[in-house]
Structures are given as C-alpha cells and as structure tokens.
Design a binder for this molecule. Structure first.
Ligand code: ADP
Length: 399
C-alpha cells in the first residue's frame, strides 16, 4: 500500500510518499510560497528519476497538491504510474485539543473538531484543514485520509500535570490547560527505546528529549506520557532556538509598559527573537553557537549553558515525577547531532548514575546506546521519524 504523508502549513506543504509494504520512502518534497507564486522541490528516491526544482503557480493548496500528483506520476520524476496507486493520505495536525487521544480517519465530524481546535493553534490548524480539503478535491473523497495529532500522545497526562494554577473555570469553560506538543516524536522514540531496552512493562520510566529548533521533554511511564514541558502553546518549557521557554508574566508586563509594546508585538519577541538567539545575539542554530563559543564568544557560551541547564533540570523534575528513571533518549536536530549538547546535559546527571560513553556519543546518525555498560540509567540516541508514524497510523486505520 502507498501512503502519502502531508504536513500542510499556511503557505507551504511538505510531503513524503511511502511504500508501506516495506516502509520505504519513494519520494519527498516541499511546496513553498503557496498563495504568493509557488515553488516545488520534488525529490524521487528511486533510481533513474530526476529531481524537480522549479516555480509552478500555486494560487491555493489545491494547485500545490495537483502539482505534487503530477510529479509523483510523471515519467521523468515520478515513482508511481497513476494517482490511483495512492491508497490513503495521512495528515500531520498540530492541535487535537481534548477531542483526540489517538489518530482518526477524517470525516466531516472530525474536520469540524479540528476546526474547533483552530483558536488553540491559529497558525497551524486552519492550514491543515486547507490541506485536507485540497487532497479531497484532487484525489477524490474515496481515498481515505487520516489525522495524526501532535497533542494526542499527551492526553494521558494526569490533571495534576496539565491543570494551570489559575481559576478553574478557565479550564472547564475555555479549555486552557497544558496540551503538550511533539507527541508523535515522543511516541516514536519512546517506543523505539522500549524495543532497544527489551522492556515493555508498565513500570518502565523514560525521559525523551526532543531538541531541535523547538524543544520539549516528556516523561513517559509504561509507554504513556505523564508530563511534558510545552504547554497550552509551544512557547514554554525549555528555552529554544528563538522561543523564550519558561517566563515570568510580571516581567513580560514590565517590558511591555517600559517599551510601549502591545501583546502581539511582545509575543512576536518571545516567539521569534528570544531563546538561544536572544541570549547569544548570534544565531538560533546550535552549530553556529558551538562555533561562536569555540571562538570565545561569551554570550554564545551563556546561551548554550542556559539551554543545557534547563534540559538537565527538567529531566530532574521528571525523575521526581516518576520516582526514578530507567532510560533517557535524545532526538531531533540537536539531540541527534550534537555530541557536545548530550555530554553537557549528562554531566549534570551523575547523581542519577548516568555515565556517558564518549566513543558511542561521538558517532553520528544511528540509533544506539551512548551509556557505558555500568551506567545505572540507559542513555540513547534515537533519530525521530514522525512521517513514518503518520504513515503507520494511516495504514493501521485504513489498511
Ligand atoms: P525542527 O524543530 O524545525 O524540526 P530539527 O529537529 O530539524 O528542527 O533541528 C534543527 C536544529 O538542529 C538546527 O537549528 C540546529 O541548531 C540543530 N543541528 C543540526 N545539526 C547539528 C549539529 N551537527 N550540531 C548541533 N546542532 C545541530
């Protein structure tokens, strides 16, 4: 069965076509500048086919999907002979609110509920809905579509982890609570870690660290999320590439008054100009920060120190929440690639009996243990694969 995985943004659309008989990616690509002019980069991953990288008019997402279909089926760039080979479509959806604790086949009712969550993710959910409708238009309603939510893995959190200490009516009436994000990634890497450790029991305590441009940490007990660092929005928790993480509202109010900023201007700063970029003044990219620090840049060093410190103290909080930890997993751009970050974080964790193996830590790209044999806690690197989870869920629901 061939499954198309779609991640639709407001002016972009990423896709991967999977052959689920052997879980391989046949082609992937990115449509950009939808609604402006339009550009498609399509990369077939089978031999003898060429990359397409050109402008194509895309007034709406429907033209973008049509262009993707055209390339997927063309003789020069294509990997399938006709659109009818595509058995189903899986969509990444950022917010499923409290409605969805697992992936679902998209129906009119599901679409309405995704729409009902739009106020919680105003930049993402409306774009996802546009992407779903564009697929229905181009592929027809007979091709089943599945929604896979970033929030659903965290729906197992207990109230003490998701309720904010504000008047309770803001939860009951307005649904303001911690939702958590990156759930598909935390689910995938925790499941892989359970396989690697050969343990699938309810007592297994894992902490998964998704560290990329956006970063979040999750406490996973017996395969279920019991706490996570992002909240009602992906702004909080750890300091990130450009996001502030944990912040004092009183300080926010003080800055707004002092600099005459309205709330939208302030949030723009907290979302896009803060984090390690804001502290360092250098970059949001950890490679740039590590290079700047090596050249003696003190603010780059401070930004990295602060990031490692927050990762370590969030891990500490989750060890307390679970009364122990058996394994710690590192994933995403920074977690998978930065040996320095993993080493710096683990240096805080000696009290837990974490011992990192420098040689295994210095390797690149592969799923592996990076702890020494006598480390009390297993340390692991697991490259994340959210698209594969979406394809698997889609196959399981429609297959
Ligand atoms: P996103 O959150 O957008 O999905 P990724 O998970 O792809 O992001 O992570 C991107 C980040 O990974 C980059 O901003 C960069 O900071 C970091 N990164 C990638 N490779 C390395 C590396 N070799 N060393 C340190 N950081 C890296």
């Amino acid at each position: 069965m061939k499954i198309l995985v779609i991640n639709a943004g407001s002016s972009s659309l990423k896709y991967q076509l999977f052959d689920m008989d052997n879980e391989t990616v046949l082609a992937k690509g990115l449509c950009e500048r939808i609604g402006i002019d339009g550009h498609l980069k399509h990369t077939p991953l089978v031999e003898g086919k060429s990359v397409f990288n050109e402008e194509i008019p895309m007034p709406t997402h429907a033209e973008a999907i049509a262009a993707v279909m055209d390339k997927l089926t063309s003789s020069e760039y294509g990997v399938v002979s006709s659109m009818h080979e595509i058995g189903a479509v899986g969509h990444r959806i950022v917010h499923g609110g409290e409605y969805f604790s697992s992936s679902v086949v998209i129906t009119d009712e599901v679409l309405k509920l995704i729409e009902a969550c739009s106020p919680f993710a105003p930049l993402h959910n409306p774009a996802h809905i546009t992407g779903i409708k564009a697929c229905m238009e181009v592929l027809g309603k007979d091709v089943p579509e599945v929604a896979v939510f970033d929030t659903s893995f965290h729906q197992t959190m207990p109230p003490k982890a998701f309720i904010y200490a504000i008047p309770y009516e803001y939860y009951t009436e307005d649904k303001v609570r911690r939702y958590g994000f990156h759930g598909t990634s935390h689910r995938y890497v925790s499941a892989r870690a359970m396989d690697m450790m050969g343990r699938h029991d309810d007592d297994l305590k894992l902490i998964t660290c998704h560290m990329g441009n956006g970063s979040s940490i999750c406490a996973v007990k017996g395969g279920k999320s019991i706490d996570t660092s992002m909240g009602f929005t992906p702004l909080v928790g750890l300091p990130m590439g450009t996001r502030c993480g944990q912040m004092d509202m009183g300080a926010v109010q003080y800055i707004m008054h002092k600099h005459n900023l309205n709330i939208d201007e302030m949030l723009e700063i907290l979302n896009k100009k803060s984090g390690v970029l804001g502290v360092s003044g250098v970059s949001s990219d950890f490679r740039d920060l590590e290079a700047a620090m090596a050249e003696g840049n003190k603010r780059a060093e401070l930004a990295l120190d602060l990031f490692h410190y927050w990762v370590a103290k969030t891990i500490g909080g989750y060890v307390a929440a679970m009364n122990g930890v058996d394994g710690i997993v590192f994933t995403a751009g920074v977690g998978e690639n930065s040996a320095e970050t993993r080493k710096a974080v683990c240096e805080y964790l000696g009290y837990l009996g974490c011992a990192i193996d420098d040689e295994a830590n210095s390797l690149h790209g592969t799923e592996r243990f990076i702890s020494t044999p006598d480390s009390r806690v297993k340390l692991m690197v697991v490259p994340t694969n959210e698209e594969l989870v979406i394809a698997r869920d889609t196959k399981a629901l429609v297959g």
